[in-house]
Design a protein around this ligand. Structure first.
Ligand SMILES: [Zn+2]
Length: 406
């Protein structure tokens, strides 16, 4: 997004005014870091929903230590499968290891006009606020079903939600819309970029470092490969194509890790690079990868003239598709109304990936809208303003007005 819109409610919000705060605090108290089991938060949530008379369906990972939760609030006419609205969020959070926190990250705390804690922005506040609404939605009777979708392992590649969506489709659910509550500052995000992540491995040839013509230096070859990625990135940044609605308006190429070599006096044999392409709809990641690969191939004759079994190999580590929903679609228009965001200026596009892409891929029109800002995600002293939490509650209440009979 270009510029965050101002919060419409500028009056100070008191913690006591936030009905969802106790549930947010409860969810934050579960240290559901992606590497650990998320069953404590899932089972607690399941028990809460069952206390309202709702059935929950859990889908597990292979270890059985992590689960997604899917629960349906039926429409007043008994409909559960068709035309529903999914409220979606992940239950896992990133680690706090090595981060200088001033408060206990797993004991959410209000200080001044902000709530601090791991996950308050990314993204337990949205899910907990949706949970807070359940008794009201049931009491006021729904015109259409509402589904709660809480996933595991979002932070390590949107892994868990893939099983939740597969199960949703297998059970015949056909939701008409999905809201993913990742932090957008309560703006309505209708598109995000896709991401392809690669590992490129250079195999060189070892020799004593005094005999450079007799070796193939894998670190230096890798550096040439990375420098070419940077050249490609600069070209995209300078020449586009551009979609000005995105916060970063061009496709980006980035190298995250480079590892190679063992000692100064050995010409290194191996070097690995992990890198990514984050693309908008005007660039093909496959074409960009082919361009990078071709550059690598141009280095091979000189490498193989020294040692025949040298080379460069590539592995596609992960793919998260991009998504784009029409700003005029029912789900987008509903969210503009509930968030009190002007459709003319408020439709955002972001560069970070979310589970929205996978719901979209499954045929469910999806938008991203949630409290807090991505800049605070994954940070030490992660915070969200109480004003954002109040905005999220107001969003949910307006949603209830739209989808409830009473
Ligand atoms: Zn998130």
């Amino acid at each position: 997004m270009n510029a965050p819109l101002p919060t419409p409610t500028l009056q100070a919000v008191a913690a006591a005014d936030l009905a969802a705060l106790p549930l947010i605090e409860k969810w934050v108290s579960f240290a559901s870091v992606s590497r650990d089991s998320n069953l404590p938060i899932i089972e607690w949530t399941q028990a809460l929903l069952e206390s309202y008379g709702l059935a929950c369906s859990l889908t597990y990972d292979d270890s059985g230590k992590k689960a997604n939760l899917w629960a349906t609030l039926p429409a007043a006419d008994g409909e559960t499968k068709v035309g529903g609205l999914v409220l979606s969020g992940h239950t896992d959070v990133v680690p706090v290891d090595g981060q200088p926190w001033n408060t206990d990250p797993f004991a959410a705390q209000v200080l001044g006009d902000k709530l601090y804690g791991r996950g308050v922005t990314d993204m337990k506040s949205f899910g907990a606020t949706a949970l807070m609404m359940v008794p009201e939605l049931l009491k006021r009777k729904l015109k259409r079903p509402v589904h709660l979708a809480f996933s595991y392992d979002e932070e390590v590649g949107c892994i868990g939600v893939r099983r939740l969506i597969a199960d949703m489709l297998a059970q015949g659910y056909q939701p008409a819309g999905c809201i993913v509550g990742e932090p957008t500052g309560m703006q309505v995000v209708i598109a995000h970029k896709g991401k392809h992540a690669y590992k490129t491995s250079v195999r060189g040839f070892e020799a004593h470092s005094s005999l450079t013509p007799q070796g193939v230096n894998a670190v230096e070859i890798a550096c040439e490969f990375v420098a070419n990625l940077k050249t490609m990135h600069r070209q995209l940044a300078d020449q586009g194509p551009f979609d000005p609605v995105y916060d970063v308006p061009h496709t980006t190429i980035h190298t995250g890790v480079i590892a190679g070599g063992t000692a100064l006096n050995i010409i290194p044999r191996d070097c690995d690079i992990t890198w990514e392409i984050r693309h908008h709809h005007m660039n093909s990641p496959d074409d960009l990868f082919a361009q990078a690969k071709a550059f690598g191939e141009s280095l091979l004759p000189a490498m193989q003239a020294v040692a025949a079994d040298t080379g460069i190999s590539h592995k596609l580590n992960s793919v998260l598709p991009g998504f784009a929903t029409d700003a005029g679609s029912e789900i987008a228009q509903l969210c503009f109304r509930c968030a009190d965001v002007d459709p003319a200026s408020g439709a955002g596009k972001v560069s970070f990936g979310t589970e929205a892409a996978l719901f979209h891929q499954a045929g469910v029109p999806t938008i991203v809208c949630g409290p807090g800002h991505i800049a605070q995600a994954h940070q030490p002293n992660e915070w969200v303003t109480l004003a954002q939490l109040a905005w999220c509650e107001r969003f949910m209440r307006r949603l209830a007005d739209e989808i409830c009979i009473a």
